[in-house]
Design a protein around this ligand. Structure first.
Ligand code: F6P
Length: 324
């Protein structure tokens, strides 16, 4: 392998820049020519591929977002799009491709690698923490911290006004973000996509709070739960339980931005460093992940087909006990 390109694809995640920096500098350290692909797979198709040197990634370690930009690219799902992408890589003699993103990104990488024999490595980058093969994905820790900071602020005003708040957090189909933020913010309840909590049980829990003299309450709503968004749930609850003045906050995309936490800077650096080193040792079609604080490889096939991740059950039990 002589020429390696890196791209970010799907939703951005804090720590992606730290990871890009590590990929580029590790490659250069080993004497490779490094390239950055702009806007994910769209840039591969549009031939928006730029040479990168050690200085191209100066002073980005602490920045949120991704300097390479990102996109959700439908064209890459078509054979024609892939063909164009391959032609552009071939023209520049790029024989290694490192993709940073979530399962959509890995699905594209796997098809591309299989079809054209390009060496590909995947790095898990998504705030959702929903990938098999890594205990943590890049950006998850920062997003959790950002959300905790926001909920702390809401807690101040909720408590001052004796209100009930429904706070909706991201995670698509994964409740990891909701569960961690619920524990860390002392939420009274949490609604997750993976676990059944009926609205009836939720109301019982809120009533118990009133009986034990709680003056305010916070419910974290994971966006993928089965009862709908925070507004819908607030309305349904209010119909049967109208003790509190009820408010709704949807945190939205502020959860995806911001300077990466120390954890995500280190994780991004570790994963980027490992992806290049492993690729140079001959690995391909693998995802680098962190398991038990060690870098481990999982084949993209397995990572995608297992399509599962670990929700921390003890945390769910804790939210119930610690919020009495
Ligand atoms: O996958 C990351 C994520 O932030 C999810 O939590 C969320 O459902 C989705 O992306 C939002 O995507 P978009 O920014 O394209 O609206």
């Amino acid at each position: 392998i002589r020429n390696i390109a890196v791209l970010t694809s799907g939703g951005d995640a804090p720590g992606m820049n730290a990871c890009i920096r590590a990929v580029v500098r590790t490659g250069i350290y080993h004497g490779k020519n490094m390239f950055g692909v702009m806007q994910g797979y769209q840039g591969l198709i549009n031939n928006h591929i730029i040479p990168m040197n050690a200085r191209s990634v100066s002073n980005i370690l602490h920045l949120g977002g991704t300097i390479l930009k990102t996109a959700r690219c439908l064209e890459f799902k078509e054979d024609e799009g892939m063909e164009k992408a391959f032609k552009n890589l071939k023209e520049k003699e790029i024989d290694g491709l490192i993709v940073i993103g979530g399962d959509g990104t890995f699905t594209g990488a796997q098809r591309f690698g299989k079809k054209y024999g390009v060496n590909v490595m995947g790095i898990p980058g998504t705030i959702d923490n929903d990938l098999y093969g890594s205990d943590f994905t890049l950006g998850y820790d920062t997003a959790v911290n950002t959300i905790i900071e926001a909920i702390d602020k809401i807690r101040d005003t909720a408590d001052s006004h004796d209100r009930l708040f429904f706070i909706e957090v991201m995670g698509r189909d994964s409740g990891c973000i909701a569960l961690r933020t619920a524990v860390a913010s002392g939420a009274e309840a949490v609604l997750l996509p993976e676990k059944e909590t009926s609205l009836k049980d939720l109301i019982i829990k809120l009533k118990e709070g009133v009986n034990t003299k709680k003056s305010s309450s916070i419910v974290i709503v994971s966006e993928g739960n089965k009862y709908g968004g925070a507004w819908d749930i607030a309305k349904s609850v209010k119909r049967k339980f109208n003790h509190y003045d009820t408010k709704v906050t949807i945190l939205g995309h502020l959860q995806r931005g911001g300077s990466p936490s120390g954890f995500d800077r280190i994780l991004g650096s570790r994963l980027g460093f490992a992806a290049v080193n492993e690729m140079l040792k001959g690995a391909t079609m693998q995802m680098v992940g962190l398991r038990g604080n060690e870098i481990k490889l999982t084949s993209l096939d397995v990572a995608l087909h297992m399509h599962s991740y670990k929700l921390e059950d003890d945390l769910l039990e804790m939210t119930k006990v610690l919020s009495i």
